[in-house]
Design a protein around this ligand. Sequence first.
Ligand SMILES: Nc1nc2c(ncn2[C@@H]2O[C@H](COP(=O)(O)OP(=O)(O)OP(=O)(O)O)[C@@H](O)[C@H]2O)c(=O)[nH]1
Length: 696
Amino acid sequence: MAREYKIEDYRNFGIMAHIDAGKTTTTERILFYTGISHKLGETHDGASTMDFMDQEAERGITIQSAATTCFWPGRDGKKRRLNIIDTPGHVDFTIEVERSLRVLDGAVCVLDSNQGVEPQTETVWRQGDKYNVPRIIFANKMDKTGADFYMCVEDIKAKLGARPVPIQIPIGAESDFRGEVDLIKMKGYVWGGDDKGATVTEIEIPSELLERAQEFRASMIEAAVEMDDAAMEAYLEGSEPDEDTLRKLLRKGTISGAFYPMVCGSAFKNKGVQPLLDAVVDYLPSPLDVPAIKGINPKDETVMERKSSDDEPLAMLAFKIANFEHVGSITFCRIYSGKVEQGVSLLNSTRDKKERVGRMYMMHAEDRKAIENAYAGDIIALQGLKDTRTGETLCDPTKPIILEKMEFPDPVIEMKIEPKTKADQEKMALALNEMALEDPSFRVSVDQESGETILKGMGELHLDIKVDILRRTHHVDANTGAPQVAYRESLARASEIDYTHKKQTGGTGQFARVKMRLEPNEIGGGNVFASEIVGGSVPKEYIPGVEKGVKSVWETGMLIGFPMVDMKVTLFDGAFHEVDSSAIAFEIAARAAMREGCEKGGIKLLEPVMDVEIVSPQEFVGGIIGDVNSRRGQIRSQEMRGNATVIKAFVPLANMFGYINTLRSMSTGRAQYSMQFAHYAEVPRNVADEVKAKYA
Ligand SMILES: Nc1nc2c(ncn2[C@@H]2O[C@H](COP(=O)(O)OP(=O)(O)OP(=O)(O)O)[C@@H](O)[C@H]2O)c(=O)[nH]1
């Protein structure tokens, strides 16, 4: 079957925002207006189409990004194919945001018009910057008390350093929000009150808004004509671009990242969603508008490029693995180039393993439609892949390519878990393994000595939800320990060690001598092993043994057993014996040298520190600051946002457990907070002693 929609008519985009800004509601409305969903579900009553996992519906948050396909006509009446990914807003799950941004060409950034740019908006915005994702801004919740479109415009400039270009301004605000002025057409549009926003009436711009509309239109045109010399010249001579040209120039500026078109509305009140869809079609890129994807030829490591075209060899990226009851494991893939057909063999080039395409689906939230063919630009779901994990490449076996890898942060929190009944031990292990495959920021390990299972993740809520999934989806009830901070160990001062490992036991002996330099690396610099051996004092074949010994100490740590980070180890001399030396002997020598060197240089304990933002009414600020200080927090700033105070602080994660309860009781539930990982920092001596005593 030939492709139905041209690749230039695709819009692969994500919806990103701070928690509760209204991503899910906006996506729901989009599905409604595009005819995919027939009900208008309220996200928090469990009737929502996008939040289909029980956990999501109950907690009212989106934890699993779901891909969904829908269709919307452009101005020429021809339908465009929209592939949407709903991304989560909670800080524990930024990984989901990151991997969505990796496979999408554009994004809609949803703001709560009453809040402006919130901490997580800033985080996802910076992630968007990292991947050069063109964006449209949707100022949602215009109906809410305190909603202020113009505050949002200023906030974007101040906090994100970005250039918003409103292409609409609101008519009314808060409970009086009625519609918007389209600055391109210079007309007003108001929505019908009780028929789900389906009727839109065109009106003249209300006189009290005319001056403001003219002013914003002028800045919009100025931004647009900067994209084209001829248009700029004409504009300077007094002639404005026509509607079509204006949209083309705005599209160019959006795709190049010069600015961000901004619209407004209220998803909840069904206002402004259709114009948002028009803006997606008008301004967000098609797969042809973004640079061709790069990858590496696994045969010779050369860099290759694949254009967004069906005629190129197949290359797709698995960006999400999810489990569905009755269906099993589903792998979400973005096809960058080429075509794929049901039943064909593929190569997982990352692992050099064969895969076979079983069933293939186009997804509509939890509904799926079986398809037989898929093309460049498509986002599809594959059933029955065996060995493919998130971030891996699937491609034409005769034209292998490995697409750019995704980066995943290391977990900062861990927790012991054991099944309530011994019989469930194996079932739990299988389930946890499967869950770790789905989510690369979630890890599972078994403590060698105690045999205990340990879960590692990005935050309390992250692990909480995993335990919930274990119970509901995999029917394993488990007891969990208190969440613990994932500490790190690092070298305090440089040291040099000369160590000889010698053993004579009857037959062949063991001999290895290593001279190593241990140095602290800069924070975030990672672990580095290097060899400066030139004259063969340690033969080449034994150097991997030395490296192995060094790495094993990095993994197991020296002080309490947490991994060591940011350390440089250099092997600069040594000696060997013709008969008695071996890679094993050098591994043992290196391990012992590391231990001695670490003792000599001293070990410091590092802890994750969080970037915390608390928003509170003024009356509670004194108490909140006092409490933050008592948590070893460091207040960084305090400023007003609207009538609330925003407190920013660095606080060790170890002191943030259960913080939400304290904050609620301190502020009669009125203050809110959010946090994200900032950096690792040295633990003060007295606290380090406590931690050591606890783990001893
Ligand atoms: N007043 C008002 N409330 C809205 C609007 N859009 C969403 N809400 C409400 O805001 C809350 C959060 O909306 P969601 O759509 O779940 O937000 P989200 O960004 O998907 O949230 P997470 O998935 O948890 O990050 C819900 O109670 C919505 O009903 C709006 O336009 N106006």
